[in-house]
Design a protein around this ligand. Sequence first.
Ligand code: NAD
Ligand code: AHE
Ligand code: ZN
Length: 370
Amino acid sequence: MKTRAAVAFAPNTPLEIVELDLEGPKEGEVLVEIMATGICHTDAYTLSGKDSEGVFPSILGHEGAGIVREVGAGVTSVKPGDHVIPLYTPECRQCKTCLSQKSNLCTAIRATQGKGLMPDGTSRFSLKGQPIYHYMGCSTFSNFTVMPEIAVAKIREDAPFDKVCYIGCGVTTGIGAVIYTAKVEAGADVAVFGLGGIGLNVIQGAKMVGADRIIGVDINPGKRAMAEAFGMTHFINPKEVGADKVVQAITDLTGGGVDYSFDCTGNTTVMRQALECCHRGWGQSIIIGVAEAGQEISTRPFQLVTGRVWRGSAFGGARGRTDVPKIVDWYMQGKIRIDELITDVMPLDQINHGFDLMHEGKSIRSVVVY
Ligand code: NAD
Ligand code: AHE
Ligand code: ZN
């Protein structure tokens, strides 16, 4: 069949809207009509050429929602007509990691996914006979995509695609990092570095579990109002207080440091600040931001000897097929907010404008509707 897609032909060039050929689903795969997709900073990171797993030409996008239109042989968990959210972190429920119940990082298809291919080592997308690569196993910047059955979460049919697509990455990553990875408890003090599409969901999660102080740090003062509306109690702008004074400012505010901090910037200098503003003896810092290939983090080992803990979180530690439908329910029940965070909605042919808004710091989430 044919599908309209925004193709990344080369690093650092605008996406081009093209009609592609798409092969149907093979065994264990499903064809999904994408109805809406968010634009996450990770898409921009890969497009920048700094992702060591970035391959071109490819179809980016990993934050979508849509409808199953066809299933391949042997598919049992979904059927045509089911509403789904694509999962860049699948859940096979059979691999060592899934069975361990200790991590959400299912390994069933990770190797081929990282090469832009389906599990059989080929691509379903092509243009004039030449393969176009998949991305994070999702490629939601295409109106139709093919995914493994283990990489879709079936969701309720009354959930609006143009909102719950954000649960495909940003919402789950932010809220999940609080509740599944850090397991923040009521009364805890929390610091959030970077108040964008992820950081605001960390704030939302921290408020939800009853955190006490929720300190937001961002170099863009334009992010302050939305963060306050989502539960931020204190704001620090490193450009005002001085980047080298941020740790001291947080330590002073909290009488010794926060119980939990979250990096949502991808900046390794900020990651160090996030660790070092944690309370001696127990403070935990969770890295969510994705740093460029080749970047490294550093701190004095004394920071860890004296009890601070450095951790990371991918997709918020959520097990996609199990947890994503529940998070959709939370949204539908009014337990979490999404609508205000979607600041811009556009058709596919304006997708590059969505990237511009992100780089200019003018949007929280842009959503493309097909
Ligand atoms: P975004 O562009 O919406 O937000 C980033 C925010 O960080 C912006 O508000 C920006 O002003 C702020 N910022 C930048 N430099 C800063 C600095 N030095 N100090 C303080 N604030 C600073 O991006 P996003 O979509 O929220 O993504 C954030 C990061 O999380 C990216 O690195 C992205 O790749 C990563 N991410 C990781 C996961 C995961 O599973 N681990 C999932 C989604 C996104
Ligand atoms: N290809 C990248 C990996 C970047 C990365 O860490 N991705 C996150 C999700 S970001 C979503 O917006 C993730 O899930 N990581 C776990 C995994 O298995 O990739 C690079 O830098 O090489
Ligand atoms: Zn993302």
